[in-house]
Ligand binder design. Structure first.
Ligand code: AMP
Ligand code: ZN
Length: 115
């Protein structure tokens, strides 16, 4: 756990949040500032700063996060219509919380490219 990391605090329950999914490797919870009717963040339990840290040894964790995003999207009922997964990386990528997270956005139409 990184003591200065808000998402690590969410994982251990120091910052309150309702998990929509949890297993040994990850948790998923609603974004505090939703950008779509459903906006869920899926994060590894173990602190991991950004995609900029990704190495061969992380492929299982990274795959796991994406797989869970797909499962949650199906559970929520918008998978067939479509949805968006986003991972922002570092400053120019728009990352503001430096604990890796997959955004899962659904329930409306998205345009590409994003801003
Ligand atoms: P990013 O800009 O990709 O780093 O995304 C960070 C996301 O975390 C933003 O969409 C924020 O709204 C969200 N966020 C920040 N603090 C919290 C929190 N305490 N609970 C839930 N979501 C949060
Ligand atoms: Zn963290």
């Amino acid at each position: 756990m990184n003591e200065d990391c808000i998402f690590c605090k969410i994982v251990v329950g120091e910052v309150p949040s309702e998990f929509v999914y949890e297993d040994d490797a990850c948790v998923a919870f609603n974004d505090i500032s939703p950008q779509a009717p459903t906006h869920i963040l899926i994060i590894p339990k173990k602190h991991f700063t950004s995609m900029d840290e990704a190495q061969e040894q992380h492929k299982e964790t990274l795959g796991h996060l994406l797989l869970k995003a797909a499962e949650i999207a199906r559970e929520k009922g918008f998978a067939e219509k479509g949805y968006r997964t986003v991972i922002n990386t570092n400053r120019d990528g728009g990352q503001t919380v430096f604990h890796l997270h997959v955004h899962l956005l659904g329930g409306r139409q998205f345009i590409f490219p994003p801003g």
